[in-house]
Design a protein around this ligand. Structure first.
Ligand code: HEC
Length: 149
């Protein structure tokens, strides 16, 4: 008799699952298909998302897909997340100083000159200093009412 007890929850769970699956199937099938890299200069297997005209980001690493991005992925993701790269902004000299610091103190291996040049060009081009790292303030009409006015 006790052996029948676990059956009821199992039947309930599968019924709920089927009901959810039935509800979910309509909006899912009308949703646009996942975006794929179309002109990625890196490996064709990259799952990328287009963020603006001409700019795509590799979903796994967060790196902007541009010449040399796969070198950055290969050399700069062994010790820390690539987010440490993408959250930084610096000019070419400062990127170079960061690389030297990691080589001197953190065990980053020597990079051959061609590789290093491509990496530095990529970093200086895509992660250059900006006026502000913060997003622009919201327009007044999008702000909640000001209770002190
Ligand atoms: C051998 C290990 C190693 C490799 C490979 C490596 N890094 Fe690092 N990196 C570190 C360590 C360790 C830190 C310090 C992490 C921390 O502060 O949490 C660091 C910090 C950083 C920082 C933050 C610096 C700061 O001032 O906040 C950046 C940016 C960075 N790395 C970029 C890169 C880039 C670009 C590459 C590829 C050229 C790279 N890293 C490859 C070890 C490495």
């Amino acid at each position: 008799m006790l052996t029948n007890v676990p059956l009821l929850p199992a039947v309930l769970v599968s019924t709920v699952y089927l009901a959810l699956a039935a509800c979910g199937s309509e909006p899912q099938s009308s949703a646009p298909p996942a975006k794929k890299a179309s002109v990625a200069p890196g490996p064709a297997t990259a799952e990328a998302v287009k963020v603006s005209a001409g700019m795509q980001i590799d979903l796994a690493s967060g790196l902007i897909i541009d010449e040399g991005w796969n070198l950055v992925l290969g050399h700069c993701s062994a010790c820390h997340s690539t987010r440490l790269v993408t959250q930084n902004r610096a000019d070419r000299d400062t990127w170079e100083r960061m690389i030297r610091w990691m080589q001197k103190t953190q065990g980053l291996w020597p990079l051959d000159p061609a590789t290093e040049n491509t990496i530095l060009d990529y970093l200086a081009r895509n992660y250059a200093p900006t006026d502000s790292a913060r997003r622009a303030p919201l327009a007044a009409r999008l702000m909640p009412p000001n209770p002190y006015r």
